[in-house]
Design a protein around this ligand. Structure first.
Ligand code: ZN
Length: 234
């Protein structure tokens, strides 16, 4: 068998003795105690092989759109306005996802104001577009402030739409309460209650660069300056 790469002395998740792993066309093609091959070799030195990590929460405004959709005031509201202006409203985002045949990741209801929310509308549109199981919502901190009945209604809608909730305590514990000087709320989506209601959820560390930028940013700093601060630790 012709291989493109052999990873030698790699330990699998069963913790047994290290094995050689043969790769061909970017796929695992062989797995044995020893593989005879002239292919380029990577020595794992007994280290454990892990499957690829999946990060279910990525900020387009920081990772991909910063130069094209500027957020001059550096706030979440500014980011939403910048991205909304580029991408339109929720229905249009669904239409685009269907047009491109991709799944959707909304960063939604990332505040503690219970007077409005978009979680329900996204759940309704997920069902209307037949995209159950293909939509993730990150943050959803507003869920932590909803009275039980309203929360149950919203979570039931999200469950029916088979939406995954990505809970992000590393960011939300710090960023949702910045305008409170007393009775500070936790501002983290109640994942245990959502799970108990049948909602799939994941907890993520959040992108540290974005979190650190939010924490260290003085009011006068531009987003670029804040990210540079976060990168350099100063
Ligand atoms: Zn986020």
């Amino acid at each position: 068998m012709t291989l493109d790469l052999v990873i030698r002395k790699a330990r699998l998740s069963d913790g047994a003795a290290p094995v050689d792993i043969g790769v061909r066309d970017s796929r695992i093609a062989a797995n044995a105690a020893q593989i005879a091959s002239e292919a380029p070799m990577l020595d794992a030195e007994g280290g454990r092989i892990l499957r690829g990590f999946a990060d279910s929460h990525l900020h387009l405004d920081k990772a991909c759109l910063l130069d094209r959709a500027a957020n001059p005031d550096g706030t979440l509201g500014g980011a939403i306005a910048a991205v909304s202006a580029a991408n339109g409203h929720i229905a249009r985002v669904f239409a685009m996802a269907q047009g491109f045949g991709v799944d959707l990741d909304f960063h939604l209801d990332f505040d503690l104001d219970t007077r409005w929310r978009h979680l329900d509308e996204v759940a309704r549109q997920t069902i209307a577009h037949g995209m159950q199981g293909r939509v993730t919502i990150g943050h959803g901190t507003k869920l932590s402030m909803l009275p039980p009945e309203a929360r149950q209604e919203t979570v039931a809608l999200m469950r029916d739409a088979d939406i995954a909730l990505t809970v992000l305590p590393a960011t939300d514990l710090f960023m949702t309460d910045r305008d409170h000087d007393h009775a500070v709320p936790r501002g983290v989506a109640p994942s245990h209650l959502c799970q108990a209601a049948g909602l799939g959820d994941e907890s993520r560390a959040h992108d540290l660069r974005g979190t650190a930028a939010g924490l260290c940013r003085p009011a006068s700093a531009t987003p670029h300056a804040a990210f540079a601060q976060a990168d350099t630790g100063r």
